[in-house]
Every structure is written in C-alpha cells, then in structure tokens.
Design a protein around this ligand. Structure first.
Ligand code: HGY
Ligand code: MN
Ligand code: MN
Ligand code: MN
Length: 416
C-alpha cells in the first residue's frame, strides 16, 4: 500500500474538524468546550468513534483523557505519543488543541493505510483541560498522565460557580479519588509530538507553511484577591475607605509596563477582574484579578511576580486591608528536542515546504510533558495571528502538510 495522497489527508482532517465544530456551548459564537461538560463528553464520544474507525484500541483514563493505541510489535517498549487537547477557552476558535488531536489520529490512519507495523505502540491522546479556562489552572490531563495531579489538587481548585475539579469530575462520571491512576508507568512514554496552530502572527505574516518549535515559554498564573471593606459610596469620606479596587488598580496598572520593560517578548496579562459585592454604589469589599506572566526567561517571570507581591504589600497596607494570592500555575520554559526538529526540517526541505524555527508564546500540553520527556511541536499558520476567538482560522490543506511531516517523524521513531 502506498502513501496516502495529501488531498485525502486534507479531506479526512476537514471532515473530522467540521464535525467537532458542533460540540460547543456557544454555537455561532466560537468554541466553548470546557472540561467535564456535555460538550466535552460529546466531543470525546466523537473522538472515540473516529479513533476506533482508525483501528486504534480506545479507552478513557481517570483524568478525562481519551487515548487510542496503534499496537506495536513490542508494546513493552516506551511508546511514541502524539496528541493535544480537546477542551477550549470560552468563545474560542475551532482549531486550538482539537486540530492536533485530529491530526494525531490522521497520523495513525496514514501509517495503517500504508500497512506500516510499528515496533512500539503509537499512543494518540486527546487531553482534558489543557487551557485551565474553567478552574484557572492548566495542563490537567497531561499533568495527571505524568502523576502531577492528586485528590488534594482536585479539591482545591474551583470554578467561578464554586464547583471544584473534584465535584466536576464526579458529575462527568469520573472518580476523582482515582486521579492518580491516570499516571503512566515510569519509562512507558518515550517521546511526545504535538501539532498545533501557532496562535500568533509570525508564520502567516512571513507566508511560511511550517513552524518548527524550538522552545515554549514558561508561565506563572495567579488569582489575587484584595480585601477591603464594603461601605456606602455616598456617605463614606475618601480618607475613611478601605477600597479594594483603589488598591488593586494601583498594582494592576503597573504590571503591563513591567513586562514591556523586559523588551524580550516577555508578556503579562490581566484577563479577569471582578469586584465583590459588585454594586455601583458600594465601596468594593473585595477586588479579585488574574495574572498570567510568560517569558522564555524564568528570571523575568519571577521578577514580575515578585514586583507584584511587593506592590501589593505597599498598596494594600496603605489601604488598611489585606490580600490573598492563589497560585494556579508555575511552569518553567522548555527547550524542545533538536534531534526530532532536525528530522522534520530535512523532511520539509525534501517536500519543498517553507519552514522556520520559532518559539511558542502559547502554553501547550507539550510544555507540561516537555519538562520530563523528549518533546517536539510543529506549528501551522494562524490567519492574521488570531486565536482564542471565533475568527481563529487555518486552512485544512495547511494542517495536512504539517500532518504528513509529523507522521514522517513518528514513522521513523516507531520503526526504531
Ligand atoms: O494559554 C495558552 O497559552 C494555551 O492556549 N493554553
Ligand atoms: Mn492549545
Ligand atoms: Mn489555547
Ligand atoms: Mn495550549
């Protein structure tokens, strides 16, 4: 059996992704597929069907990941794993994460269609809750696979309705007490490959077809709550207030400049601000806000996090209140595997695909897995660099090109 025509690869990827667009809580307004929801369940059921049709042995683990195995001659060898996440942000795009899951299934289909029998297992994974959108965390499924998530973690983090990961998992039909069973045995995963949209402007602006990702930024995420005192907005003199918003905004307004000053791509984002009780004629008792800091330099991230703490000490003390910081995520930058990047670079040259090496400013399951295993990513262009919004777009033919290049890498690794 010969290699699969690129047109057929394009068609199969398109069919799967067009079907998956249905599984959103906000039809007509982007993809909203949060973990442990009906939309997640429907998407996983569809992925199970497609994995089964592709000849994979399918199961779901205790963390909500969906896994399809293309059996190798010697299943005891460390497997080659390829995948991405099936969850999304709110009102996000139709390709972030899920396209990497579909292209991983397509890689297995291509190898089966060629009659290729791998020496070792080829594990195709759709990860649960990479985004951290619902609970403010991130990399839940990939972290659990590595043994980095436990029952206490599941009980601690809650969504804005006060539902913990623990209770959300139970509602989804999982047993959170067994979360640690999602860990794969030491040494059972050899290498991890992830295909993903760039989510930034570089490839599209340079009209380059393939991104070979050489590093992924580190990320720190916090939920800060400034505690003041609720008072009447009309009768309370300015010098008698414990105004949580006044203190919080004095800190918030400084954070973007601290990132800009680094002048090396470091970024800091305040994505969520909320006041409690939230009345226009009530001096806010509390002001909560998220901080998302990213950089290729871990020192830069730590420096900005420390400056935030120092500013909170100063401004909140002056206001007479207090503050709490809930640490949601701390993950260091990761360098990806040069050897695997070189193999894909040679293949791009042979196929005549334009390519470039570039860093990832977005976090990915590869960021979590790359902390401990040889990992590589391949990017496809994002139209106008837009992502995490309904206009996110990549041509299916662009996915197909990256898919055949990553499948070529997988085939080499599976033949060893
Ligand atoms: O936030 C991110 O970078 C990713 O999309 N989860
Ligand atoms: Mn993603
Ligand atoms: Mn994302
Ligand atoms: Mn990501």
């Amino acid at each position: 059996m010969g290699t699969v025509a690129i047109e057929e690869v394009t068609g199969r990827i398109a069919e799967n992704l067009e079907c998956l667009k249905r599984f959103t809580a906000t039809p007509g307004d982007g993809c909203t597929r949060l973990p442990f929801t009906k939309e997640a369940r429907d998407a996983v059921n569809y992925l199970r069907e497609v994995m089964t049709e592709a000849g994979l042995e399918v199961h779901e683990d205790e963390a909500g990941n969906v896994i399809g195995i293309l059996k190798g001659e010697n299943p005891d060898l460390p497997c080659v794993m390829m995948g991405s996440h099936y969850d999304s942000v709110v009102n996000g795009g139709d390709f972030d994460g899920i396209a990497g899951v579909v292209c991983a299934i397509e890689a297995a289909r291509q190898l089966k269609d060629e009659g290729f029998t791998p020496k070792r297992n080829f594990a195709i994974v759709g990860f649960c809750d990479e985004e951290g959108m619902r609970f403010g965390t991130g990399y839940f499924g990939s972290g659990a696979m590595l043994g980095h998530r436990d029952v206490e973690y599941c009980k601690h983090y809650k969504d804005t309705d006060g539902i913990s990961i623990y209770d959300a998992m139970k509602g989804y039909g999982l047993d959170p007490e067994k979360i640690e069973d999602a860990k794969w045995p030491e040494g059972s995963i050899g290498k991890f490959l992830e295909l993903h949209i760039e989510q930034g402007p570089v490839l599209d602006a340079k009209n380059i077809e393939i991104g070979l990702v050489d590093c992924i930024v580190g990320i720190q995420r916090y939920m800060v709550t400034v505690n003041g005192r609720a008072d009447h907005a009309g009768t309370t003199p300015m010098d008698m207030r414990l105004d949580a918003v006044d203190a919080a905004t004095k800190v918030i307004s400084k954070i973007p400049d601290w990132a800009r000053e680094k002048a090396d791509g470091t970024v800091a984002t305040i994505g969520y601000i909320n006041t409690i009780p939230g009345g226009m004629n009530i001096v806010a008792e509390k002001c909560e806000f998220t901080v998302d800091i990213r950089s290729k330099s871990n020192d830069n991230i730590n420096d900005i996090a420390n400056r935030i703490r120092a500013a909170l000490d100063r401004e909140v003390k002056a206001m007479g209140g207090s503050y709490d910081i809930d640490t949601k995520l701390v993950i260091e930058p990761v360098m990806l595997d040069e050897g695997m990047l070189d193999i894909m670079e040679e293949d791009c040259k042979a196929r005549g695909y334009s390519y470039m090496r570039l860093p990832s400013g977005a976090g990915h399951d590869a960021l979590e897995i790359g902390q401990v295993l040889p990992t590589v990513m391949i990017f496809v262009p994002s139209k106008d660099g837009r992502s995490h919004c309904p206009v996110e777009f990549t041509k299916y033919s662009e996915f197909a090109k990256a898919s055949v290049v990553m499948t070529g890498l997988a085939k080499k690794l599976l033949a060893e």
